[in-house]
Write a protein of this length. Structure first.
Length: 199
């Protein structure tokens, strides 16, 4: 290859990269599934990393190939977390945080999950770097969406996150939402029990 060809390839690559729409953060999709009654002792090890993306175009390339929540088997989870943040309570970024929880009737998860994912990667929460990620949990009688944030002690930010979830998911104002700190989850070894309930 001569210098002219190299320069042409570099310019074409640069033009292609310039047309991509970079996200504020890199994000990672994870997936986990367990069978009924199965106890997972290594939670982090049971998760499979699906893909990392840093642009809108990369996101759609990944997302368009993921199974919709309505197609997932019971007791499975999608995780969407910032690149570099492990989707576990004990991660340094998560440990002092908590999560907002929305319980959904069966059949609604696909629409709400997509709206939530777009709001998160599109940086629509306006709470600086407070959002760590989100989890969709497919269960037998209900599906659960949770949004993780890094500072459970900041009531003003937590309420802003709650209100932003309601706004972007178009939830009725009387929708019950729950909050649980990761420290409480570690103490009682439970994601969705013993939560604080808000209307």
């Amino acid at each position: 290859m001569n210098n002219t060809t190299n320069l042409k390839i570099e310019n074409e690559t640069r033009l292609t990269e310039d047309k991509l729409h970079a996200l504020h953060y890199g994000w990672v999709f994870w997936f986990m599934r367990r069978s009924r009654g199965e106890k997972i002792t290594d939670y982090e090890g049971a998760m499979k990393k699906i893909a990392t993306f840093n642009t809108i175009e990369e996101f759609w390339a990944v997302y368009s190939h993921l199974r919709r929540p309505s197609e997932l088997p019971n007791i499975s989870d999608y995780h969407l977390f910032k690149e570099g943040v492990r989707p576990v309570w004990e991660d340094d970024v998560n440990i002092d945080g908590g999560k907002w929880i929305v319980r959904l009737k069966k059949g609604l998860a696909s629409r709400y999950w997509e709206l939530l994912v777009l709001a998160i990667i599109g940086d629509q929460f306006d709470v600086k770097d407070e959002i760590c990620g989100a989890v969709l949990s497919i269960r037998g009688s209900e599906d659960i969406i949770s949004v993780w944030n890094k500072t459970s002690s900041n009531g003003k930010i937590n309420l802003k996150i709650r209100d932003t979830i309601k706004k972007h998911l178009n939830l009725p104002s009387e929708t019950t939402m729950e909050y649980k700190t990761h420290n409480d989850a570690l103490r009682d070894n439970s994601s969705f029990r013993n939560t604080d309930v808000f209307r």
